[in-house]
Design a protein around this ligand. Structure first.
Ligand code: ADP
Ligand code: MG
Length: 444
């Protein structure tokens, strides 16, 4: 099946040809006739399967030219970056038609957005927060909305947007077509569907044979931040295949710390993005990375959600996500739309638990790779790496048991004792900045 087999029009077909898209993905082929029929629909397909066009194509196919000011299509997405991305996709698809599209999101000048709305729009793409502000201030009215899309619903609910979504839904005319797209059908998503959708058609594409399967997954067992940073540097220096590398870290603080270190080694090739950066900064650095001006982008999970950056060669999990599903989201940033991708995870002792959760979820093992000789295995553990272990619930329970059950616990206990002691002596509140906790691991 090609795009010619769908009931598309000339402007859309021409735009698709320009994009060099020939075949609809399974979710696009399946969703098209259903959305065209006008009924409510829910599309579930793994990340990277082309869900954006799955709803944009039928919507744009049915949209007619109009001079009315009030928007007829509303698309909700979880992050500002996604607003920009979806607006970009619409612009590409409407190159040969005459529609007005606007993006609305927080962190930027509200007056510019008010003006945009005042001038009139056909399609609004928005994050829920700013959209609600604009409605409450009376700038925006929903009475002409005919179609509503909630994209990346699972993430939207994860990010706590439920109340805002419901508030918004209650303000839109009930006579409308509801569309939802998500990578997973969680109980939260199901509940939302039940509350607001009228007999929706479910469009599900089985996870089988979808992008994740094409991603080569590798892991290194490395003890701490310093070793991980050294390994990252080594991989970047020794392998030019790592040309567009997305590095995930779990916190903003770690992202900044890693950035400061890597930018010294790879000046002009390194960027960082997280939610404490200004909106301008975020959009700029993302653009640099997307366009290949920088080689590596260090990011937290929140920022990278749902983002589609083409040709990411490698996703590196500098640390392992707590939630196993986040691993799938992360590695799904590579291997998109029929391309291959490589995901590399740096795993310390504490993170092995996360690794096994992830492997269980995927029903697949991550291939363990030997740490290269050139990498220095550090025995210095940072402040952040310690407390998790010290005050780990399991550990405290272990400690209550007087009898150590095996050598591993013995060792754990011993290390902790040493550390606690010195911490208390130096400063009861803040531990020492760096503390040697165990001898270097023997090199394999
Ligand atoms: P999802 O929302 O399912 O994670 P996206 O809609 O972001 O996926 O699409 C993933 C990538 O696939 C994007 O780069 C998009 O441009 C590309 N893409 C979408 N549809 C097609 C297609 N039919 N042919 C080739 N590439 C496509
Ligand atoms: Mg998407």
């Amino acid at each position: 099946m090609t795009f010619n087999d769908l009931n598309l029009n000339k402007p859309l077909l021409q735009a698709l040809t320009d994009l060099e898209f020939e075949y609809p993905t399974p979710i696009q082929a399946k969703a098209f006739p259903i959305i065209m029929s006008g009924r409510d629909a829910v599309g579930i397909a793994q990340t990277g399967t082309g869900k954006t066009l799955a709803y944009l194509l039928p919507i744009l196919r049915q949209l007619t030219f109009s001079k009315q000011r009030e928007a007829r299509i509303l698309i909700l997405v979880p992050t500002r970056e996604l607003v920009v991305q979806v607006v970009g996709e619409i612009n590409k698809l409407t190159k040969y038609s005459n529609f007005r599209v606007g993006g609305v999101y927080g962190g930027t000048n509200v007056n510019t957005q008010k003006q945009l709305i005042h001038d009139g729009l056909d399609i609004i793409v928005a994050t829920p927060g700013r959209l609600l502000d604009l409605i409450l201030s009376g700038v925006l009215r929903f009475k002409s909305i005919q179609k509503l899309v909630i994209d990346e619903v699972d993430e939207m609910l994860n990010l706590g947007f439920r109340t805002q979504i419901i508030n918004l839904l209650e303000k839109i005319p009930t006579k409308r077509q509801n569309l939802m797209f998500s990578a997973t059908l969680t109980p939260d998503v199901q509940q939302l569907i039940q509350e607001f959708f009228k007999d929706p058609q479910m469009i599900e594409i089985a996870a089988h044979g979808t992008p994740i399967e094409k991603i080569v997954q590798q892991a290194y067992h490395v003890p701490n931040f310093i070793t991980k940073a050294d390994l990252l540097e080594h991989l970047l220096k020794s392998n030019s295949d790592l040309n567009k590398v997305l590095v995930f870290v779990s916190t903003k603080k770690l992202a900044d710390r890693l950035f400061e270190q890597m930018v010294l080694k790879f000046p002009n090739q390194t960027g960082v993005i997280h939610s404490n950066k200004s909106q301008n900064f975020r959009l700029n650095v993302l653009k640099q990375f997307t366009e290949g001006d920088i080689r590596m982008l260090i990011a937290t999970d929140i920022i990278a959600r749902g983002l589609d950056i083409s040709d990411v060669s490698h996703v590196i999990n500098f640390d392992m996500p707590e939630v196993a599903a986040d691993y799938i989201h992360r590695i799904g940033r590579t291997g998109r739309a029929d391309k291959d991708g490589i995901a590399i995870s740096f795993i310390n002792d504490l993170e092995r638990k996360n690794q096994s959760d992830i492997e269980q979820l995927m029903n697949k093992q991550i291939t363990l790779v030997e740490t290269p000789q050139e990498v220095n295995i550090s025995n210095v553990f940072s402040e952040e790496e310690r407390p998790t272990k010290l005050f780990d619930k399991d550990y405290l329970q272990e400690k209550k048991k007087t009898r150590p059950s095996n050598a591993f616990h013995e060792k754990k206990k011993k290390n902790t004792k040493v550390n606690l002691g010195s911490q208390m002596k130096r400063n009861p509140k803040h531990g020492p900045k760096h503390k040697t906790v165990k001898p270097p691991k023997p090199r394999l």
